[in-house]
Design a protein around this ligand. Sequence first.
Ligand code: ASP
Length: 453
Amino acid sequence: MKVCKFGGSSVADAVQVTKIVDIVLADPDRRIVVVSAPGKRNKLDTKVTDLLISCAGLALAGKAYEPTLNQIVERYAAIQRDLSLPPEIVATIEADLRTRVSGDKSHPGMFLDAMKAAGEDNSAKIVAEAFRVRGAQAVYLNPGEAGMCMTDDFGNAQLLPESYRKLSQSLLRDEIVIFPGFFGYTASGKVATFPRGGSDITGSILAAAVKADVYENFTDVDSVYPVDPRLVPSVKEGIATMTYREMRELSYAGFGVFNDEAVFPAVRAGIPINVRNTNHPDAPGTMIVQSRRVQPGTVVGVASSDGFCSLFVDKYMMNREVGFGRRLLQILEEEHVAWEHMPSGIDNVSVLMRDSRFGKEIEARVIARIKRDLQPDNVMVERGYSLIMLVGEGLIYTVGMCAKAAEALGGAGVNIEMINQGSSEISIMFGVRSEYRAKAVNALYKAFFPHGS
Ligand code: ASP
């Protein structure tokens, strides 16, 4: 059995919805379909979820929300008209939106979640209708009825583990199940949403619940590329197969196609994930699996991410001072700062962090405490770093990979400021100044993918 998830661009209009129906009906194993809210039809368009958030904001502020609400209804009405679906579906959707917008506003987060969830909920209802007019046996399934139980952290809710058992039973039906992504219900019956982009989480949970043979995640790219096409526009060939570990390393450093946290339920259950394109359904896409046959000396991708800073601490004889590292990290812990990497020398250490988590005020407090508690010879913060990650199971046990990478970077005039390789050996991280990021990625791509463009 296959669980398929279709993102916002795949439900943006009638043409896209027709593609969903065609794709699902082309393979009898596709039994569970998770849908997002209608996304952008063109660059200037607004996602239905964003319209719902504006509408909720206006309603909370006691301002006129009617034009926005009508705009939302019209998004669904256009799909209904273009697919000649029964007109009652639009009346049902409008009534649902009006009930939500006039609901209890005493808890703004709860109200906002009820509004946001309307995007996916009504999307699933209209998509189910589109299947039915094509003569298919399909049914909309409400997450509450299905047993999708959530914590009450509105806007950032998590699935309660007991949901799996109930979901596994309620999802097995004779009809194709059309399931709205992004939300579930709290124990007291309130709608609660995952973070933005959360339909991916729903898809992956359902795939885990029914122990699907594969979780197909349909989006608008043919596959995951080994390098960001915005940095290397000539990249043509996508990644055919990668492992969960490779995916995790790549998405950590900025691969935007999928969200590694979102696919966690499927990964934990060992379900293969297939990233595919709704607009090009014959393309096999990228498979993400537990393990794969690797050719030694190959890499799967080069990822990069901006926005890092380094806290550099230097002290003569640091290596002999028992507890130095612990005390340094404790200062960061007490400021609630997560760190990413910690390359070190004998007398110095750099703690790499995301800039966004280490603002100027925290920096001042941390520096003052380090000076007072650790008495370093030097402590400073440098901003404007990028991390470049070379990733692949094929790096393991292969002599000369780091040398090859360093040679490529050196040849391109990129100064490597930090290097880190975990003992798992599936990635090598290079810290460079952000102005070298594009150059570094291009140089590594050329060196490791000589036939890629
Ligand atoms: N519609 C929601 C969002 O825009 C969830 C999703 O599409 O995954 O964030």
